[in-house]
Write a protein that binds this ligand. Structure first.
Ligand code: FES
Ligand SMILES: [Fe+2]
Length: 385
C-alpha cells in the first residue's frame, strides 16, 4: 500500500486497539453447511468460479526469464504458462493436439516442448513446429494445430490465467485492474515483481477448498487455536476489513505495534507491524508478512468436494542479505500454524459439515472478511443461499 494508505490503516488500527473494537460486518451471516459438502455446489463452483473468473497464479517471478515455464492443474484444466523469447507471458491448455498428452510437466526453462507420447514439438508461443511421422500426418495443417490458448495477463508483478479456452469473438486478454478494483493500486505499491520465489509446499487435506480460504479470513481464532504458536504475536480479534469488488483486504496488528506510539506519527513504519491479507477471489490469499510475501492458493479436488489441494509459496525480497535459515524459520511457523493447527481442525469441521447434524454455520459481525467472501461467492454463482 502507498504511504498515505499505510498511515490511514495505522490510525484506524490504533482507534480499534484503544477502544477494544474491530471492523464489523453489517449483520450476522448464516451459511448452509451443505455448501461445503455438496457435489452439485462443487460443480457449480468449478464452472462459474474456477473456469470463468481470472485465477491468480502467483507472482511474475515464477517465470523470471525468457523460456521459463510452469504447469498446473487449475480445477481440471491442465495449464501451461510460458515466458517467450520476447518476454511475453502466454498460457495454453497443456494438451497435445495429437492425442491430448500433457506436453510439459513441472516447471523449468525450455526452447521447445516435446510431447512425451509421440514427440510432437511446440514452441513457447504454442505453435506446432513439427510432427514425428510426416507420412502418417501428411496434409495436416500444422498452423491450425498449435496449443489451445488460454487468456492470461501479467501486471503489478502478478500472473493471472483463465482456465477456459477463448470462444470465437471473445477477448483473449484479462483486465487485471478491473478484476482487482480499488485494490490494484495497493498491490502495485508492494512492488511484487521484486520478490523471487523462495519455497513451495503443497498439501491435500480432507477439507473443502472454501474452508482453506476461510482459515485466513478472521483473526478471532488466533488467541484460541494458535495460543502456542502465533497467538502471542498478534492483537487478537482486532482488525480492519476493506472490500474491493469480489476481493478484500484484511489488516491485523502485531503486538509489536504498540512500540510505534513512541514514534512521531509521520515517521511510523506501520507496515513492519501490520500483516495485510489480500483475498484474491475466489481461491487465493496474498499475505504481506512485514518483510516478505506468503501466498496460499486452494483448488477443489476433481472428484470430491471434501478434498482440496493447497499450495503455500514464500517470496523473499530480491538481494536480501538475510540467510536462508531466517526465511526457513518463517516457512516453518507458517507450516506449524496453518498445516498443523488450522487444517487438522478443519478436517474435523469438514466431518461436522457432512454429518447433517447442523444445517448452518454462522459468521459473526466481527468476521467481516468471511461475510464478504461468502457473499461474493453467492453473487458470483448467482444463488441466494
Ligand atoms: S499425444 Fe502428443 S505426440 Fe501423441
Ligand atoms: Fe489460523
Amino acid at each position: 500500500m502507498n504511504r498515505q494508505e499505510e498511515l490511514a490503516v495505522g490510525r484506524r488500527l490504533i482507534g480499534h486497539i484503544d477502544a477494544r473494537t474491530t471492523d464489523l460486518a453489517d449483520e450476522l451471516f448464516r451459511n448452509r453447511t451443505v455448501n461445503y459438502a455438496s457435489p452439485e455446489r462443487a460443480a457449480l463452483e468449478r464452472e462459474r468460479l474456477f473456469h470463468e473468473l481470472p485465477m491468480f497464479m502467483g507472482l511474475s517471478t515464477r517465470l523470471p526469464k525468457p523460456g521459463d515455464y510452469l504447469t498446473e492443474d487449475v480445477a481440471g484444466m491442465p495449464v501451461l504458462m510460458t515466458r517467450g523469447a520476447d518476454g511475453q507471458v502466454r498460457a495454453f491448455a497443456n494438451i497435445c493436439r495429437h492425442r491430448a498428452a500433457p506436453v510439459a510437466s513441472g516447471c523449468g526453462n525450455a526452447r521447445a516442448f516435446v510431447c512425451p507420447y509421440h514427440g510432437w514439438t511446440y514452441d513457447s508461443a504454442g505453435r506446432l513446429l513439427g510432427v514425428t511421422d510426416k507420412v502418417g500426418f501428411a496434409g495436416l495443417d500444422l498452423a491450425a494445430h498449435g496449443l489451445v490458448p488460454l487468456p492470461c495477463a501479467e501486471k503489478h508483478g502478478m500472473l493471472y490465467v483463465r482456465a477456459r479456452a477463448v470462444q470465437p469473438g471473445e477477448s483473449a486478454t484479462i483486465d487485471i485492474d478491473a478484476a482487482l478494483g480499488p485494490m490494484a493500486e495497493d498491490l502495485a505499491a508492494l512492488d511484487l515483481a521484486s520478490y523471487p520465489l523462495f519455497s513451495t509446499d503443497r498439501v491435500t487435506p480432507r477439507i473443502n477448498w472454501k474452508f482453506a480460504v476461510d482459515t485466513f479470513l478472521e483473526g478471532y481464532h488466533i488467541p484460541h487455536l494458535h495460543r502456542k504458536t502465533i497467538g502471542p504475536y498478534f492483537i487478537g480479534n482486532t482488525g480492519l476489513f476493506d472490500e474491493a469488488g469480489l476481493n478484500g483486504r484484511m489488516c491485523v496488528a502485531k503486538t509489536s505495534f504498540d512500540k510505534l506510539r513512541a514514534v512521531p506519527e509521520d515517521e511510523r513504519d506501520y507496515l513492519r507491524h501490520v500483516v495485510a491479507i489480500y483475498q484474491l477471489f475466489p481461491n487465493a490469499l496474498l499475505i504481506w508478512q512485514l518483510d516478505h510475501v506468503e501466498i496460499w492458493r486452494a483448488f477443489p479436488d476433481r472428484d470430491t468436494p471434501s478434498r482440496c489441494e493447497i499450495e503455500m509459496t514464500i517470496y523473499t525480497p530480491a538481494g536480501t542479505t538475510r540467510p536462508d535459515s531466517y526465511w526457513e524459520k518463517n516457512r516453518d511457523i507458517a507450516i506449524r500454524t496453518v498445516m498443523e493447527e488450522d487444517f487438522p481442525l478443519g478436517e474435523r469441521m469438514q466431518i461436522g459439515f457432512e454429518s447433517g447434524a447442523t444445517e448452518e454455520v454462522i459468521y459473526g459481525r466481527n468476521e467481516p472478511s468471511l461475510v464478504h467472501f461468502h457473499r461474493s461467492i453467492r453473487n458470483a454463482l448467482g444463488v441466494a443461499a
